[in-house]
Design a protein. Structure first.
Length: 65
């Protein structure tokens, strides 16, 4: 993580479930975009780990010939 990245710092300040009352439309759109990007990143990591697990399962469950 790059602590100097302003986008990262801003996104890290978001809290799921916090009040959205004082946010403008622009701010809400920004949060939606940030959360969508984070969801895509999480899904990519999940898919990668799933492929790695499937490969490991295939390697360790194969029967010796």
């Amino acid at each position: 993580m790059d602590e100097l990245d302003p986008k990262l710092t801003e996104v890290e300040s978001y809290r799921i479930g916090e009040s959205l009352y004082g946010l403008s439309l622009h701010e809400l759109d920004g949060r939606i975009a940030a959360y969508r990007a984070e969801i895509a990143r999480l899904e990519g990591e999940r898919d990668k780990k799933s492929r790695e697990r499937n490969a490991a399962d295939a390697l360790f469950s194969s029967k010796p010939t």
